[in-house]
Ligand binder design. Sequence first.
Ligand code: MG
Ligand code: FE
Length: 170
Amino acid sequence: MTTTADENLNDWLRDAHAMEQQAEKMLSAQAERLEHYPDLRARIVQHIDETRWQQSVLDECLARRGISNSVIKDMGGKLMAMGQAVGGMTVSDEVVKGAMAGYVFENIEIATYTTLIAGAQAVGDSATQAACEQIIVQEKAMAAWLLEHLPQVTQAFLARAEQPGVTAKV
Ligand code: MG
Ligand code: FE
């Protein structure tokens, strides 16, 4: 049994859509909990807006390819572990682990869109290719921001953790 390149591309677009829904949940949970790291929170809030835009762009790609929203498959378990690792975190160094997990997640997104761009190119779907090329710019920018700011987040956390009566973890 064979699978056409177009069918594979459709699957990957559905997967990407599910991934972005997971991303929105994860980022929203982080933004909601963060209190003492305003720069990190502001960047996450910005990326929530970008993530919603990405969902709409993927919706358009799916619609253009004749894939209805109702058949978007549930990734369920696949990304659940990642979401839980970030969303439901109650560890004492939550902000540090959250920023680390965010960086990992952005890199999964970069890999996903790199694959989608190559797939779209392979089937000659230039509109999907262009859409994913726009999205991946945002993912790379978010990954770069998180990596660049991880030292500051870590230092701010360590300083707060040593002060009595001060919340450090979020
Ligand atoms: Mg995204
Ligand atoms: Fe992202």
